[in-house]
Design a binder for this molecule. Structure first.
Ligand code: 6PG
Length: 240
């Protein structure tokens, strides 16, 4: 794993840089593997990136979109990560509907839906139980509490190592989330972090030694590339 940290002058530059990176990684995946599998982050930071991707002329039939986590709400709920990405990007391009692989949130329980999505991933990638398929690109953010995806501090999801997908928990609210084990198999993980409020979390995430159960983004140590794109507000901690 080689970690690269880039501090961009502002949020706009962060989005531009992340667009360039994502497009390059998409092209590389398609050239090398015939398709690109990308898992999206939720929250607010990546929305302008998704809007920018929607302006690109890409081989949409070769691009498969997943989510790294999802709030346990219907896709038309304002909190839905799927809904946000569809409005910002997917509804605006000619991507085959079958290339969009949302996390189910309409089953009998969050655990049922986590298991269902795990089976959907295994079928898509042709992997067996216990195998962890390598996504080409996984986009992530971090919360002020150093969570990532829906891997929140001191929750059970952090300890699930033998599954691809599990149930996250934010203050008692269920989430569906990739496990750290699945994220760490990715060819390329890109964190997008903006805003001064993320400084304390970043300081702990980048510290030589801190508890990953308290600062879950520390669990993300992928086999492949790890890129941290910070705007200057978030990245001030890098200037010492
Ligand atoms: C979610 C995200 C979550 C997000 C961080 C940062 O479902 O909320 O996946 O992990 O990336 O909370 O969110 P902001 O980009 O809004 O700061």
């Amino acid at each position: 794993m080689n970690k690269i940290v880039e501090v961009l002058p502002d949020k706009g530059a962060l989005i531009e840089r992340s667009l360039d990176l994502v497009l390059a990684k998409m092209q590389e995946a398609i050239e090398q593997r015939g398709r690109c599998t990308i898992a999206l982050a939720g929250g607010g930071t990546p929305k302008p990136l998704y809007e920018a991707i929607a302006t690109q002329d890409l081989p949409w039939d070769k691009i498969h979109v997943f989510w790294g986590d999802e709030r346990y709400v219907p896709p038309d709920h304002p909190d839905s990560n799927e809904g946000m990405a569809r409005r910002a990007w997917l509804d605006k391009v000619n991507i085959p509907p079958s290339n969009i692989h949302p996390m189910p949130t309409d089953g009998a329980s969050p655990q049922d839906d986590a298991s269902k999505h795990e089976a959907q991933l295994q079928e898509f990638f042709g992997t067996a139980v216990g195998e962890f398929p390598p996504f080409d690109i996984i986009l992530l953010g971090i919360g002020d509490d150093a969570h990532t995806a829906s891997l929140f501090p001191h929750t059970e999801a952090l300890h699930v190592k033998d599954h691809l997908v599990t149930v996250g928990n934010k203050d008692g609210q269920p989430r569906i989330t990739f496990t750290a084990s699945l994220i760490n198999q990715a060819h390329c993980v890109i964190f997008l972090v903006a805003g001064a409020s993320k400084q304390p979390a970043l300081a702990q995430i980048f510290a030589a030694d801190a508890d990953p159960i308290t600062y879950p983004a520390r669990l993300i140590q992928p086999q492949g590339e790890l890129l941290w794109l910070l705007d200057s507000d978030a990245g001030q901690i890098m200037s010492g």
